[in-house]
Write a protein that binds this ligand. Sequence first.
Ligand code: SF4
Ligand code: ZN
Length: 305
Amino acid sequence: MPCKSCELEPVISRRYSGEILCKKCFLRSFEKNANKELRTQINHLSSELKINRIGIGLSGGKDSTVSLHILNMYYKNRGIDLIALCVDEGIEDYRSESLDYAKKYCSDLGVEIRISSYKELIGMTLEELLRKNPPAGSPCSPCGVLRRRSLNNMAKSTNVDCLVMGHNLDDFSQTVLMNHSRGDIPRLVRMAPHRYVQSGFVPRLLPLRRLPEQEVYLYAILKGMNFHDGDCPFASKAQRNIFRKMLLELENKQPGTRHSLLNGMEKIRANSPAPLKLSSCPSCGEPSGGNGPCVFCREFGSFAV
Ligand code: SF4
Ligand code: ZN
């Protein structure tokens, strides 16, 4: 069937919405969706802060590369500074390659880039840490704590007002389902995109959260973008893989499930009180969810450089 708007050959059939789109209509629809989402998220925050400088968590993979492309397209020439913030976990044969893509794209766009490593943060690469302290569960748990700390440190030291992340609809709906399955409503309500500014914590925004992973991939390919298309060697150990598999099956049988999970999460959030003010970790002074030390200090305090 041809594109419903202009009768040209289609590049995509969206089962969740019934749209059939040619290349031009798909690109336009994708950009409109991402830009509208970002504008809405910025508007929610703008009662609390003025956005002059935006950081983007960049890995060189498709999601963050497309997010930077969208930001550059809509925000760079509006007097807003962009800066790419990259994390080097020290994963051999993986991260240095993806960072090469990140550096090249930033240089093409004239966007400043900063890279911070786990080695600088805790004196060890992720692989050295895993050898020294093998985790009981997935390596992604310590990696996630270290990544959040590295990004928040860079975001604060570069004075960005908010941090854009590349999470797509698949990532987002998996996280919603994971939080539901644990009955963890406080965490569900606290998820990015953040609506409130918490002292010491740079709010995160997610322009691609309503766009499925396959569409982000298609967009990057159709735009001829160069991105790193490899998986972390530890990716098969991630706990979220089971949720990914379940959601793909559900989406296949019931198109629109991922969007419904997102919309349901927003309804719960709209009916929840504003999150409690984060306390400061007594050890490092960074924001902490509870009254005691933050998760970084609890798990890596003895290694912190
Ligand atoms: Fe870290 Fe897991 Fe992501 Fe690899 S897949 S970079 S270990 S969070
Ligand atoms: Zn701490």
